[in-house]
Design a protein around this ligand. Structure first.
Ligand code: ASP
Length: 316
């Protein structure tokens, strides 16, 4: 860690990718690649005597586990709050829950919440660092960082690559964070979805909009596939799952429209046979899905370390 600094970043929270400088993202990706190269055989003491709390109001397998493994790899103490058996079920508000936890002096609160803006709102009420682990349709910054770190590892760069993001863009915080990051880093981004699952005005983010899968996949270097996020849908934004697969499902056949060395990615959880063909999901030559999960731990270590350095400047 000697000499490591994130000059110009003086925030103690990580709420989103929007507004982060290219140089900061580059440093985080380099640091994540370093942690990834060490695998888990090198536990460090970067967060010794620091307390991390996981507070997840929505289900999670990958994100929650990888924050826990990241914190433990850095020698932090970690507490998982089981929301379903906590006082939240008795009607306690998010701010009251967070204030209660804050009074136990954690250093980091990792928050996942169904409401867009929840992480930002909480960051104004607590002294600990908030890391947004997904807030509604808004942002999921560590997912975009880990996706970028994997792309960089496989392709050597982000600038100039064509990334096709396909699926339920409307309800996806993963898409939003990835678009902010990829555009900042100089990639070309195609977004592909039926009109009902495409946010109005999304082209203002600098992306190319497609409602025809075949056109959107053309000469892509990476295809990011998104789940239909039914839990955030209001009405019937999609036809039947079968019709959706016929029009927007990604398979061995239609990836031929992309570059011949295209990789596919998925943030998980996957719905096989809905947005992705099962055979393609298991095709290790094409799929980066396991690499994404592995990189998730390393990216979260890099983020925790960056915020620890900011905290140390202010509090120690
Ligand atoms: N795991 C990702 C998220 O929390 C993607 C998904 O749920 O489809 O946003």
């Amino acid at each position: 860690m000697n000499g490591l600094n994130y000059d110009g970043f003086d925030n103690i929270h990580l709420i989103g990718i929007e507004g982060l400088e290219k140089s900061l993202i580059t440093k985080l990706l380099e640091r994540a690649a370093f942690f990834n190269s060490q695998k888990r055989n090198k536990k460090n003491e970067i967060l010794k005597d620091y307390l991390v709390i996981n507070l997840f109001f929505e289900n999670s397998t990958r994100t929650k586990a990888s924050f826990e493994i990241a914190a433990k790899s850095m020698s932090a103490d970690i507490l998982n709050i089981p929301v379903s058996t906590s006082s939240i079920k008795k009607g306690e508000t998010l701010i009251d829950t967070a204030s209660t936890l804050n009074a136990m002096h954690p250093d980091f609160l990792i928050l996942r919440h169904p409401n867009s803006g929840a992480a930002e709102m909480l960051s104004k009420h607590v002294q600990c660092s908030i890391i947004n682990a997904g807030d509604g349709r808004h942002e999921h910054p560590t997912q975009a960082l880990l996706d970028a770190a994997v792309i960089k590892e496989k392709k050597g760069k982000l600038e100039g690559l064509k990334i096709a993001i396909c699926g339920d863009i409307l309800n996806s915080r993963v898409a939003r964070s990835n678009i902010h990051l990829l555009i900042t880093m100089g990639a070309i981004v195609n977004v592909i979805a039926p009109p009902t699952l495409m946010p109005v005005g999304i082209e203002k983010m600098g992306v190319n909009v497609f409602h025809d899968l075949n056109l959107g996949l053309k000469s892509a270097d990476i295809i990011m596939i998104l789940r239909l996020q039914n839990e955030r849908m209001i009405g019937s934004e999609t036809p039947s799952k079968r019709e959706y697969y016929d029009l927007f499902g990604i398979n061995e056949e239609n990836i031929r429209l992309a570059n011949k060395d295209v990789f596919i990615m998925h943030p998980g959880p996957m719905n096989r046979g809905v947005e992705i063909d099962s055979l393609l999901a298991d095709n290790n030559e094409r799929s980066l899905i396991s690499a994404q999960v592995e990189m998730g731990v390393s990216v979260r270590m890099a983020c925790l370390e960056m915020l620890k350095l900011s905290r140390d400047k202010i509090y120690k």
